[in-house]
Design a protein. Structure first.
Length: 336
């Protein structure tokens, strides 16, 4: 059933009702009008990198991409876990091409070193999925002195996208930012990027940096539009992952009967465009769409209401626009 004005209204109502839209009820209803998933093997010959791939949604994304026939680079920060995942995926998917990548996305020096090695091995990338995440109970800093969630969700992925941009295939690649419905829990601020003011809350920091991802994705969509590289932000709804049960156990326990599984939440592979199709965009509250990227639902509201106060532009000597988070990545933060 193709999307119609009626299904768009139903989609919006599910999103605004929150529980029906974000729980496992959402996909069950929306699949009635979502377009069919790509056929198995439709991404044969394509290469995709997935960060945060060693558990939860990241693992499910990797599995889905392998079902489509893609070569998948699974990136984790723990060598043993990453190697174990590659061994399991290879054993379960006969003939699969799975490559282990090890990098701490929150460590900007590590990202630079890893990217230099990766681009020396890979000259064509068809997909980049930013799925790595962190929800710390207390404020902590990375090797460069940046607050952890800002580094893992914003600075590291932004830097990685910039360093891998030349490998993205013009007209046949996509960058996907895995945000979170938790972003509704906090607005954007441009005066405290490092979360040094007031009492620290890991949940609030997580929410705010996940909202930053949506705005940053829209910025990258503009940057790469001339090359026809699709850039999308999405959130998977409420999912039963180790991160949810460990970081917000109360929510996980109460909502357990309604939580989605990582497999049903693996948005990018389900909405990934095989060769010859224009990319679609799918979130918990958005139907798949054809044509240029559209930031419906949460993304559009975030951009209209908050982007102006957070995404401040400056002109560099090369006359290239850079968001304020890029400046934060280049300078030491204010410490407390």
């Amino acid at each position: 059933m193709p999307a119609t004005p009626l299904t768009r209204i139903a989609d919006a109502l599910l999103d605004r009702a929150v529980v029906p839209g974000y729980s496992k009820l959402g996909p069950a209803l929306r699949r009635r009008w979502w377009p069919a998933d790509p056929a198995p093997g439709s991404m044969a010959g394509k290469r995709v990198l997935v960060t945060g791939a060693t558990s939860g949604i990241g693992t499910a994304i990797a599995e889905g991409l392998l079902d489509l026939g893609a070569t998948v680079h699974v990136l984790g920060r723990n060598r043993a876990k990453t190697d174990d995942l590659v061994a399991r995926l290879t054993a379960e998917n006969r003939g699969a091409d799975v490559v282990a990548e090890v990098c701490d996305v929150g460590d900007l020096a590590a990202v630079r070193a890893w990217a230099a090695d990766f681009t020396g091995r890979v000259d064509a990338l068809h997909g980049l999925v930013h799925n790595a995440g962190a929800l710390p109970p207390e404020r902590s800093e990375t090797a460069q002195g940046h607050e952890l969630t800002l580094a893992v969700h914003v600075l590291g992925p932004h830097l990685m996208t910039a360093l891998l941009a030349d490998t993205l295939v013009d007209g046949a690649s996509a960058v996907v930012w895995m945000s979170s419905g938790g972003m509704y829990g906090a607005g954007l601020r441009d005066d405290d990027l490092e979360f040094t003011q007031g009492e620290y809350s890991g949940v609030r920091a997580y929410a705010r940096t996940k909202r930053m991802q949506v705005v940053l994705a829209a910025d990258w969509a503009q940057r790469l539009a001339g090359r026809r590289v699709g850039v999308y932000s999405t959130h998977p709804g409420w999912v039963a992952t180790d991160g949810v049960t460990a970081s917000i156990p109360g929510f996980g326990k109460v909502m357990a009967p309604l939580l989605r599984t990582p497999r049903t939440a693996r948005t990018p592979p389900s909405g990934w465009s095989p060769p010859g199709r224009r990319p679609g965009h799918r979130t918990s509250g958005t139907t798949a769409r054809s044509g240029p990227p559209r930031w419906a639902g949460s993304a559009a509201r975030t951009r209209r209401r908050s982007a102006g106060s957070w995404l401040r532009w400056r002109r560099t000597p090369t006359s290239r626009a850079e968001p304020c988070c890029a400046a934060a990545a280049a300078r030491p933060p204010t410490r407390r």
